[in-house]
Every structure is written in C-alpha cells, then in structure tokens.
Design a protein around this ligand. Sequence first.
Ligand SMILES: [Zn+2]
Length: 471
Amino acid sequence: MKSTQAKTVIGLEVHVQLSTKSKLFCSCPTEASEPNTAVCGTCLGLPGSKPFLNKKAVEMAVRTALALDCQANREFFFSRKTYFYPDLAKNYQITQFEKPVGENGFVVLSSGKKIRIRRLQLEEDPASLVHEGSAQSSAFSLVDYNRSGIPLVEIVTEPDMDGPKEAREFLNALVVTLDYLGVFVHGKNALKADANISIEGSNRVEVKNVTGFKAVETALLSEEERQRKTISGGKKVARETRGFDEKTGSTFSMREKETEEDYGYIFDPDIPPVSMSEKYLAGLKSSIPELFSQKVEKFKKSGLPDYDARVIASEPVIAGIFEQAIKQVKPLTAAKFLTREVMGILNYNKITPREAGLSEKSIVGLLKMIEGGLVGEKNAKVAMIKHVLEKKDPCDFLEKNNLLLDLGEKEIGKALEEVLAENPRAIADLRAGGAKAVNFIVGQVVRKTKGKANAKIVQELLAKKNQKHLM
Ligand SMILES: [Zn+2]
C-alpha cells in the first residue's frame, strides 16, 4: 500500500532561451532560417577562437534572478563543463558552477506554497541534433550549430513540487515573470526542462530534455505512473536518466545517472569574472517592472474580483491593454470583454496575445463603443475576431459594415410592435411576470433589426409598455 500513499517529489532544472539579438559569446545572430548559417569560429569551437561575453544577456539573467527573489551575486564567473557529444564542438559547455548569477529565490503558487529556487545560472546552449526517425532509434542524426552559443538561463528548483500539476503551475508562473521582464517570448524562444522525479522512499529518476511546458507535465504524469506501477509490482525503481518521446507521450531509459563530479568542472580562463558595482546592480533592480502579484493587487483595488484580476495579470499583453482601457472605461466593462471575448478568441485560435499583435488603441476604441451602447455584444465579438485574424480595426470594421447600434427609438419601437404582434404567447408570459419572455422579446427585436437595435433601449421600451398596459 505504501506505493499509493507515498508522496511524489519533483524538482526542475528549467532552461529558457533569453531573447537577445546575438549569441552569448560571439556576435552571431540568434535567429537564422537555414541550418548552420549563423555560425563563427567561436560557436563552432575552432582552435584559437575566443569567447566575448554578451552584456545584454548578463543583464537579462541578473534581472531574472532579481525578479525571482534570488540573491544576485555581484561577482560571478564561468566554468567549463566537459563532456563529449556531437552537439558540443569544443567538448565543453561554458556554464556556471561554483558561483552562479543568483541563488536562493522562490516562486509563490496560487495556493500560497513557495517553490524554492536553488540557483539561477547563465550558460550557452549546445547545438541541436536532428534525429531522423524516432527519438529512440534514429537512422542518422544531423547537427545544426545555429543554436550553439545561444544564451540560456538555467533555473534549478529545490524538490518542492508534489506532482506534475504543481510543476506545470510553477512553469506557468515562471514564464509569466519572464514575459513581464521582456527576456523571453513564449511560443518563440525555447523552453526545455530536466525533471527529477521520485516517489518518496525510492530512487530518483531524471527525465532529460523535455521541450515546452505542456510536454513537461505529460512527461511527468507518465513517469509518475511508471514509477508507481514499478513499486506496486514489487520492483525497485532504477536510478537512471530517461528521455521523453513526444510521439508516445512516455519516457524511455537512456543511461545510468551521471553525477556532477563526472563532468569535471574547471574555471574558464578565457572569460574574466564578472563584477558589478552596487550602483549598476541597483540600476538593474529599478528596471524591473511590476510583476504578476503586484498587478493582481492593483487590479483588485480597481474593483476586479480576484479571479478576473489573476486571469488578466497572467497575460502581460492583456494586462497592458487593461491598464490603458481603464483610463477611459469602467474596469468591469474592460475585464469582462478582455477575459471572455478577447482571450476566448485567442484560445480558440491557439494564438498567444503576443503573436496576435493586438492594437491597444483599437481595443480601447471598441471598449468605449461597448460602454457607450453603440455596439451589441455579438457584433463586438465579430469585430474582435476580425481584429485578431485579419488585423482589421474593429471600430472601422463596425462602421464600414453598418453594424453599429444606430437605430433611433422610433425605429426600435416599430420593430418591437412587430415582434409583439407576431408573438402573442410571449406577451401572455410577460404579463405573468416571466423574465424569460423579456429576454425572448428583446432577442427577437435585436434579430429583426440585424443587431442594430441597442438591447438596453429595447428593454426600456418594453418595460414602459408593460407598465402602462399598452400591450
Ligand atoms: Zn558565433
């Protein structure tokens, strides 16, 4: 029975690509269309080539450490992690070991639980290996050195997560923080994780190189189940490193676990230690924008319920639009439309807010029309879909297509008379106090006028008629 009750213990090593223009130790671009075109002597590891540290990458890493409540080290240096593999032309990776950029940080989950961060370090990405065939038995592999030398921060947590769900939430929170900092573009920059997972009392397994945070959760769920089955079957979980096959959604054995000592870290003499003044560090600290939890508090103060505040704050682009919008419309009007319609449309079309290239000005314009009663809910949504998918200005679209609520009371009254004449049963229900009948009649009038009658006005006219017994 022990196996079903024992706790799952998970720690993560997350590698995120920093969104710099050039690589960590050379001036090669971080973006290229053809394989092996963004390369030079340094990132190909040619003899005699020397690395030069990218200042922008250092700043991004330090700011990330500060945003994750780490102690930022004013002095740190780089080490060589030696191993032989085709993705590493110089047979060592430049990373950090003894003294990383930051230490002892944390992320707070929605439950209030703290996930501790042991260290945050800056390092270079190895080349990418393209396996032809399946991940487990490829016919041959190709190497692309475009990725060799791309700056990564590695964030190592303590084993504080008690299941795949918490791991997923941690990654979500991490990505939101990185997005606010402007150091990582979700959907464009790479995110990879190695996960240490064990069932309390059993051996620890490392699942290596899982790409994307949805895949991390899938890999952990499958590995957790495998370990529990092994234990309940009376067998021992082997201490090993496993890979993750996205096609099957399961993990597979790769090799026995190596220890950090096996890598033989040595100080890299080519890169002088980094030393920052108090003033420089303070400058980086003051460049950190408001982050998720501060935004949530601020939005709640503007009158939003906790849930809406969290949903909006979890998408920095949407949060930015919300902050602009509430200078001109009521917070609840903006929140309702942004969370239900805008985020709904993005989710449905699987587009991130950043990819959508949303125009703050256009959306605020649309919100003003909604609040002013110039457009109905349905047409506002249609206009928003046009904005997301076709980059059209929603207000322009509504005007050009004659979709604004521009019918006067007289015309609306006429349409209402017609609807009432066609629906004697609804009138009877209405007299009996049926709220459903009101909605029905209003809906019919909006439909009859092809969405050009303001539902609020219809409702008012109907109420007046009912009071004066004019039906
Ligand atoms: Zn290069």
